[in-house]
Ligand binder design. Structure first.
Ligand code: FAD
Length: 468
């Protein structure tokens, strides 16, 4: 009895923890640092390659629900995120170094987990008692990608995403920006209270720095953006960008106001100097615990680095900004989930093989870890003669599994979790917030029933250590 996992990212680390916590020995293969990727910078497990945000953390928000379900299922990723949390309004953002260190230490110290640092170039042999989970992420190495393509045929796809720049905090002009969370939704301020303090004072209210733009400033920025030179010449109509992660210049090409309704939307942000919402705004989010790095929220871009500096310095407050990291384009490798996978994250044609994480056709850190969690649970069940299953579609984690395995394969796109993919609620209350809260209440109750049902069908949980 053993589970072999390929890839020690968010999905692979979570899967390893879940399987080992059920008493099943795990061998985890991670190719870094022996073979680096184009984006990872360290040899740590669960390294966050871009944003430090796990997104919304409230139950009126689908990713907040998914996180709560993961906590209830004993997620290591969620525990490490909590222990490395940095201020981010109503979102859960982390100190990326601390986060990855905690995951690396917990997985490395687990007596049932062996970490092997090597590149796996072909999908390992698998059987019911020795299942395999492939969780090699969007940057799966070429040799393994080729073998996966052989297994899944023409359904093996790839496309491009783009990532946001990070600036050095001390180079932001604090006289021009103001500190506030949208609608005043700070974890540290009272709900509903607008953060109106002058910026430059770390008053604990409002977790974002906001760069307000007047109409003239916005027009000037827009014109520079649409005429800036891209690092790679992409045909915006033909390239398959993930809609939730579009480069700003791609959005800008869709219309002069598109950004003002997207990453530059000013709604809910009151500039304390005018008492009004600005014409447009750029939000900067703290990116590390030290507070010396801020990322430009939603500002993924593929503009050439020199050009990026020139264009982004047109944003008020960023005139002298120094860039710790520029935005860039990256590859994303994933399988066509509905063609290849079952709800349990097993390959339909080979049930002793699982795909998990971004590679399985989900999108995002939380979704990747969630799929690893379920794949780890099911691989452990299979190895130990138990029953594999997926939570019901009324839960966020079950809905994600259902989406990946049942969406239309002809138009398949990786998805973030949304309430729209949960099973609808009969007699839902009026109003989005109430409806979402009711969906969350039902989801958590149904998850508890599923867990109780599963309890009877699996070996007892081996207590994981909670040292963080
Ligand atoms: C540049 C970039 C930016 C992104 N930005 C964001 C973001 O801001 N927010 C967000 O939510 N998501 C983002 N994503 C998506 C993000 O990668 C996933 O959400 C998440 O990291 C996926 O987790 P994973 O475990 O599937 O893959 P990863 O975390 O990438 O882990 C896969 C692991 O497998 C290893 N590996 C690969 N091939 C092999 C092999 N052949 N043998 C052994 N090991 C191997 C890799 O070294 C890596 O450690 C981004 C992705 C990229 C590439």
């Amino acid at each position: 009895m053993r589970v072999t996992i390929v890839g020690g990212g968010l999905a692979g680390s979570e899967a390893a923890w879940q399987a080992a916590s059920r008493g099943v020995p795990v061998v985890l293969h991670e190719m870094r640092p022996v073979r680096p990727t184009a984006v990872h910078k360290t040899d740590r497990l669960a390294e966050l390659v871009c944003s430090n945000s796990f997104r919304g953390d409230k139950l009126d928000n689908a990713v907040g629900l998914l996180k709560e379900e993961m906590r209830r299922l004993g997620s290591l990723v969620m525990r490490a995120a909590e222990a490395s949390r940095v201020p981010a309004g109503a979102a859960l953002a982390v100190d990326r170094e601390l986060f990855a260190s905690i995951v690396t230490r917990e997985v490395g110290d687990h007596p049932l987990i062996t970490i092997v640092r090597d590149e796996i170039t072909a999908i390992p042999e698998s059987s019911e008692s020795q299942p395999v989970i492939v969780a090699t992420g969007p940057l799966t190495s070429d040799a393994l990608s080729a073998d996966i393509a052989r297994l899944v045929g023409g359904a093996h796809l790839y496309f491009y995403d783009a990532i946001s720049p990070i600036v050095l905090a001390e180079t932001i002009d604090r006289r021009k920006v103001f500190r506030a969370s949208r609608w005043g939704r700070s974890l540290r301020s009272s709900p509903g209270a607008l953060a109106l303090q002058a910026c430059g004072v770390d008053d604990g209210e409002g977790d974002y720095l906001n760069c307000p733009l007047t109409r003239e400033e916005y027009d000037c920025f827009y014109d520079a953006l649409v005429s800036a030179e891209s690092a790679t010449v992409h045909d915006f109509d033909k390239e398959k960008f993930f809609e939730g992660c579009l480069p700003i210049e791609v959005m800008a090409h869709r219309g002069r106001d598109t950004l003002r309704f997207g990453p530059m939307k000013p709604v809910g942000l009151i500039d304390p100097r005018t008492g009004r919402e600005p014409y447009a705004a750029v939000q900067l989010r703290q990116d590390n615990l030290a507070g010396d790095h801020f990322s430009l929220v939603g500002f993924q871009t593929q503009i050439k680095w020199g050009e990026q500096a020139r264009v982004l310095r047109l944003i008020p407050g960023l005139e002298q900004a120094e860039f710790v990291r520029f935005g860039m384009v990256h590859r994303n490798t994933y399988v066509n989930g509905p063609t290849v996978l079952a709800e349990t994250w097993q390959v339909r044609a080979r049930p002793s093989l699982f795909f998990a994480g971004q590679m399985s056709g989900v999108e995002g850190y939380v979704e990747s870890a969630a799929s690893g969690l379920l794949a780890g649970l099911n691989a452990a069940a299979l190895a130990s003669g138990g029953r594999v299953s997926a939570p019901p579609r009324t839960t966020a984690i079950g809905a994600l599994a259902y989406y990946v395995s049942h969406a239309n394969p002809a138009h398949y796109e990786p998805s973030n979790i949304t309430f729209g993919i949960l099973q609808p609620l009969a007699g839902a209350p009026r109003g989005k917030k109430h409806r979402n809260e009711a969906l969350s209440t039902r989801a958590l109750a149904d998850l508890e029933s599923w867990m109780a049902d599963r309890e009877g069908a699996r070996p007892a949980l081996v207590e994981g250590r909670t040292r963080t």
